[in-house]
Design a protein around this ligand. Structure first.
Ligand code: MLC
Ligand code: AMP
Length: 505
């Protein structure tokens, strides 16, 4: 039966003995080995009571089994909802409740902490560990290695990815089969991926970059991945001579450049280095070329839209820009107040339209209407301009967002936690430059009259409620927050005041 995403990414490789995953332990899984595991997983999902259109929420460590769960969900017509492994039980509660997930799959070490919450949400709880063991794996192991693919159309939902918002509430971006497939096929062609490619995959697989860009592109091209559990400098250096391509966030590239073992000689078999998810400094681009002779190809995307623009494969990869709109993607720069298109060269709101653009936010029609226009243009929240040659440059953000090592952090979410702390009158959370993560989180607190906020206690509360990557790395206490005449906190003044907080000595 037809299931466009499954048929193209997975089914096309049925019976193929070509390598798909090269693992850190030296073993290799072929495409057909992988498909057999995925089919067993698809049976396991069905055995857990899931029917097409149900959601499976997944917070597990990166492993071939974790990836097979993604393939299984696509094959069984179940909506895949991957979650950052750093999220706390508090954060998970919201995602499971909001999505109405019928099944939550977690690491065995988290089972105890999550079981009451899962029961309250009416979700079944199963485990899947990094080594491929766990209760879900046990169910799968007893199942047949083929599964009758569930019929789907391109317009059916394939995944929910939660993305935080400026109001502090996360929104479930609904992605269809067509959204994912159209983008994967465009990227394969644009970046010239073939079944001869071997990609270094050191990204997490719970976000757009690692799952829908890196993994889907390799599935659509039939190539292989050196599938590393995370970005580990030694493992990446060791993988380079066996690889042809790498995708990463800017931190990957600055960490590589910070190690003298990373040389042009080591990268001589590579044909492509791609960067995205956060701005790549023009300086990193230039240093990388000086060291290796390779010009990093920078592209721009987001959860709601997958990839929007890319520097060219042939032609100039221009430092500091994100290249041109991808084939099939329309991009315009508009006046943030009126929405009117601005002339070329002017800075405004970036809006995009195309088959890559999501369906809307799950059960949030007002938020969807506020960001996705009726004519199909999505208001990205990024400020940018298009130069005379057509290159797009992102010059800032219209949304209050911090990007740390490629992870998005919405200050509002942290401010809501801080404002509730004893002794805190109000707070302002800002992003400041950081040599490793690009940006990091700094919290400015104003004490209640006569009170003195207890930072150790605040840190402990923050740790319970929010994922580690969102934690402020520095707290500052001020008499009052700078405000403009309208009473709005002037975060730009705070950012200027504390921009050197993490500057290298
Ligand atoms: C880990 N930590 C982070 C962090 N990652 N803190 C802030 N920001 C991050 N990104 C914490 C750890 O918990 C640890 O806490 C400490 O920082 C140092 O950890 P580390 O060992 O140095 O971190 P590491 O595991 O090496 O991770 C860093 C990283 C990783 C950059 C390799 O974060 C990463 O893989 N980022 C990629 C994110 C990504 O895939 N983004 C794509 C989103 S999709 P402690 O307790 O030890 O201090 C998207 C759309 C698009 O944006 O366009 O692609
Ligand atoms: P996410 O919430 O993970 O979807 O993050 C998407 C955001 O990351 C975009 O809206 C941009 O602000 C940012 N982003 C992604 N790629 C780039 C890039 N190449 N340069 C600058 N910002 C980027």
């Amino acid at each position: 039966m037809a299931n466009p995403l499954y048929d193209t990414l997975f089914g096309a490789h049925e019976g193929s003995s070509r390598p798909f995953l090269h693992l850190a332990d030296g073993s290799t899984l072929s495409h057909s080995d992988f498909l057999r595991r995925a089919a067993r997983m698809a049976h396991a999902l069905t055995a857990c009571g899931l029917v097409p259109g149900d959601r499976v929420a997944v917070q597990v460590e990166k492993s071939p089994e974790a990836l097979s769960l993604y393939a299984a969900a696509v094959q069984a017509g179940v909506i895949f909802l991957p979650l950052n492994t750093a999220y706390t039980a508090d954060e998970l509660d919201y995602f499971v409740t909001n999505s109405g997930a019928k099944l939550l799959v977690c690491d065995g070490t988290k089972e105890e902490a999550l079981s009451a919450m899962a029961a309250r949400c009416g979700a079944r709880l199963e485990t899947l560990d990094a080594d491929g063991s766990g209760t879900l794996a046990e169910i799968a192991r007893a199942m047949p290695a083929d599964f009758e693919t569930v019929e789907r159309t391109g317009g059916d939902l394939a995944a929910f990815l939660y993305t935080s918002g400026t109001t502090g509430r996360s929104k479930g971006a609904m992605l269809t089969q067509d959204n994912l497939l159209s983008n994967a096929l465009t990227l394969v062609e644009h970046w010239r991926f073939t079944d001869g490619d071997v990609l270094i995959h050191a990204l997490p697989i719970f976000h757009t970059h690692g799952l829908f860009v890196a993994t889907n592109v390799m599935l659509a091209s039939g190539g292989a991945m050196i599938f590393l559990p995370k970005f580990d400098l030694d493992q990446v250096l060791a993988a380079l001579p066996r690889a042809t391509a790498m995708m990463g966030v800017p931190t990957f590239y600055t960490r590589l450049l910070g190690d003298a073992r990373f040389t042009g000689e080591l990268a001589k078999g590579m044909r492509l280095f791609i960067s995205g998810s956060a701005p790549l400094l023009a300086e990193t681009h230039r240093d990388f070329e000086a060291r290796t002779g390779h010009r990093i190809l920078e592209r721009y995307g987001m959860t709601e839209t997958n990839m929007n623009t890319s520097n060219p494969y042939d032609g100039e990869r221009r430092a500091g820009t994100v290249g041109f709109p991808l084939p099939g993607v329309e991009l315009k720069v508009t006046d943030p107040e009126t929405g009117a298109a601005l002339p070329q060269g002017e800075v405004g709101m970036i809006e995009v339209r195309g088959p890559n653009v999501f369906k809307g936010y799950w059960q949030m029609p007002e938020k969807t209407a506020a960001e996705l226009r009726e004519d199909g243009f999505f208001i990205t929240g990024d400020l940018g301009m298009v130069d005379a040659d057509g290159y797009v440059t992102i010059v800032g953000r219209g949304k209050d967002l911090i990007i740390s090592g490629g992870y998005n952090i919405y200050p509002k979410e942290i401010e809501l936690v801080l404002d509730d702390e004893p002794g805190v009158l109000e707070s302002a959370v800002i992003g400041v430059p950081h040599p490793d993560f690009g940006e990091t989180v700094l919290a400015v607190l104003v004490a209640q009259p006569g009170a003195e906020p207890d930072i150790a206690r605040i840190e402990a509360d923050v740790a319970e409620k929010l994922a580690r990557f969102k934690h402020p790395r520095r707290y500052v206490i001020l008499e009052e927050l700078p405000r403009n005449t309208m009473g709005k906190v002037q975060k730009n003044l705070l950012r200027d005041a504390y921009r050197e907080s993490f500057a290298p000595a």
